[in-house]
Structures are given as C-alpha cells and as structure tokens.
Design a protein around this ligand. Structure first.
Ligand SMILES: *Cc1c(COP(=O)(O)O)cnc(C)c1O
Length: 375
C-alpha cells in the first residue's frame, strides 16, 4: 500500500517535549516558542513571527489586524482551501473570487485590478504547492489602490520568490505546520508580521486582546483588555515538537526535492504525449517540493484513474472543490469574471503520494499505474 502522506519525524521531537515537560512551563510563549519565533524571523526576514495553533488561526489574526469590517471585500482565488475565505467571512467580509493562472494555478494577477471596487480592502494570494504568486505585480496593484496584501503561505514554508521567503513579502503572511505540510507539529501555524506597524497589535490580538506580552517583558505593571482578540497561541508541547522539525527544515526540503524531481523526470514521456500536464515552476520561484500534482488531459475520467490507483492500493487525492461553487462560497462570496481555468483544473488535478521515505520503486509503481490508466 502506498499512502498519500506519511508524517515525517526527525527523531528529536520526544526529547524536546521531555525538555518542555522538565521546564515545567507548558502554556504558550515559553522557551521553545521563543526559539521558534527567532528561527522564523531569521529565516524569513519578517519583522515579527508568532506561532499560532493553525494557519487558519494566523489568517483569522490577519483579518483582525487589518480591521476588516462587514461589507469589506477581499480578493482571492476560488481554487484554495476554505480557511483563506473563512477568516474574512468571520469578520463579515465578502470574498471576491478571481480565476487562477493556467501555469501555476495561482491567483491570476492580470485579473485582479478589474475586480477592485470601493469596498476592496485586501488581496490574498495563495502560493499553491509552494510556488510563489506574481508578488511584484500584486504589490504594485495593492500600493496604487491602498490595499493590504495577506499571503496565504500555508504550503510555502522554505519557498521563495525572487530570493525572498514566501510569507514575508505582503503585509502579513500565514504558515501551516499541519501534518500534511512539509514542516509539521500535528496542528500548528505561524503569522509573519512584515509591516512593523502591526507588530505590537499582533501580540495583543493573539493574547485574547490583552497586553500580556508587554507585561511579561516588564513594560507595563498590569495587563488588561486592549482590543478584540482571541487565544491564538499553541502550548509549549507543540512548540517543542516544531522546534525539532525546524532543526531539519533544510534537510526535509532537500529530500522532498529529490522525490519531486524523480516524479518530474519519470513523468516526462507521459507529458510529452499530452496525456498529462506536469507542474510549472517559474524561474523566479524557488519552490519547496510541497506537492507533486498532475493535470489529466481535458475530458479524462479522473474517477476511473483514481479507481485504478486504488485497485493497486495507491492513494492519490484531489482538491479543491472551488469555493465559488461551494454552498458557503455562493452564500458569502461572489465571483469576478469567469472561473474557466479554476473549473477546468479542479476537475483534472491529481496529487501523487509524496512523503519522506517513499522509495524509488514505489514512485515507479505510481508512475506505472498512472501511465496505464491514462494511455
Ligand atoms: C493547509 C492550508 C490551510 C490551513 O492550514 P491549517 O494549519 O490546517 O489551518 C490554509 N490554506 C491553505 C492554502 C492550505 O493549504
């Protein structure tokens, strides 16, 4: 059996969890959380990093930090995970869905400007598969219209655009450390604060709307309720686990690249025949080998391809049900322009098993089954 995902453990997780246990400090913002913040700040160049209990939480913090209000509009792709939209809908905003590019499956920057109205407050690019969106163009549009840019960088830890870490380029960026991502803590996430003007409020929003962090630094003599917030921080056990993964983040990324590259090479002939399309990575993007997907040819029967895989005990997955066509997406959002690319790719995309430990023979078996199913 070849599963879709197997979470990778570095071997040091339990050692660090035992250390957190010995420290006797299990709530959030202990030693492992602080180390993790410093690591993220050093590795991404953001002005402040804050661990959260999920990427979903980091996106919710972002919506609070940029003061999203009922009726505000937020431009995003429809081809994304629900949390991208939910974070803003929770504040009463309207997600405005724009189609994606055919090559990277990322928000089509050429369609964004036409979707801007008087109510638009932010653009939310999603770096699908850890491949960067066209950030220079998006930042330029945002700058000219006074909009915020929130990067959904859930899949993009250790990936870059023009040499800069994804997540560190917009006003705020959100990372995920969910077990299906590259660097993990079971559930987990991080907010990268790149606009220094938002840094102090980010601490407050994350600590139930209080200035608790300032209190612990001795900057105020008591802490009180300052503004709308919630509890967005993980406990130290999660941070200790994550710290073990950070220590191997470069190695994890390198191993995944080896697996990704092998699929890419093995699937060259099938792509050459037009039976599938392989991922496209623009030159300015340093991706993180988060995902290896293929697009089946238009009109191909994906359900039949998946059945063929299952008969061989291989478990690929597909996603997303485009948000504009989902029940909540129709209720809370609207589309700007056609969704032709989104609908086409969402029906044809297949994600192949990719995890540390998958063998060359297993990859060859995946490629053999795919080849027999589509030719
Ligand atoms: C995984 C993912 C999320 C959610 O991450 P969690 O840490 O599970 O909350 C959000 N957006 C995208 C694009 C994702 O892939």
């Amino acid at each position: 059996m070849i599963p879709f995902n197997k979470p990778y453990m570095t071997g040091r997780e339990l050692e660090y969890i035992a250390e957190a246990h010995r420290n006797g400090m299990l709530a959030g913002d202990g030693a492992f959380t602080k180390r993790s913040h410093e690591w993220l700040e050093r590795r991404t160049g953001c002005s402040k990093a804050l661990l959260t209990h999920s990427c979903t939480a980091a996106l919710e913090m972002a919506a609070l930090l940029i003061d999203i209000e009922p009726g505000d509009e937020v431009i995003m792709p429809s081809f994304t995970f629900v949390s991208t939209a939910n974070a803003f809908v929770l504040r009463g905003a309207v997600p405005v869905f724009v189609d994606v590019r055919e090559d990277t499956l990322n928000l089509d920057e050429r369609l964004v400007e036409a979707a801007i109205t008087e109510r638009t407050r932010a653009i939310v690019p999603v770096h699908y598969a850890g491949v960067g969106c066209e950030m220079d163009v998006l930042l330029n549009i945002a700058g000219r219209h006074g909009l915020r840019v929130i990067e959904d960088a859930a899949q993009a830890v250790m990936a870059t655009y023009k040499g800069r870490a994804l997540g560190s380029i917009g006003d705020l960026g959100a990372y995920s450390f969910h077990e299906t991502k590259n660097v993990i803590s079971g559930e987990g996430g991080g907010l990268l604060v790149n606009d220094p003007a938002l840094a102090e409020r980010a601490e407050i929003v994350r600590e139930k709307g209080t200035d608790r962090s300032r209190f612990f630094r001795g900057q105020v003599d008591k802490y009180t309720w300052q503004e709308t917030g919630s509890s967005f921080l993980p406990g130290e056990i999660i941070a200790a686990f994550l710290w073990a993964q950070f220590g191997e983040a470069d190695r994890i990324t390198a191993i995944r690249h080896g697996i990704w590259d092998r699929y890419h090479e093995m699937l060259g002939p099938l792509a050459g025949k037009g039976a599938i399309r392989r991922p496209v990575v623009p030159d300015e993007c340093g991706h993180n080998a988060h995902m290896y997907y293929v697009l089946l040819a238009p009109g191909a029967d994906r359900a039949a391809v998946i059945s063929e895989f299952r008969r061989n005990d291989i478990w690929p997955v597909f996603h997303y049900v485009p948000l504009h066509s989902s029940p909540a997406g129709r209720r809370y959002g609207r589309s700007h322009g056609g969704m032709g690319v989104t609908e086409s790719i969402a029906a044809r995309l297949l994600r192949l098993p990719l995890w540390i430990g998958i063998s060359e023979a297993q990859q060859a078996e995946v490629v053999r089954v795919l080849t027999s199913a589509v030719t």
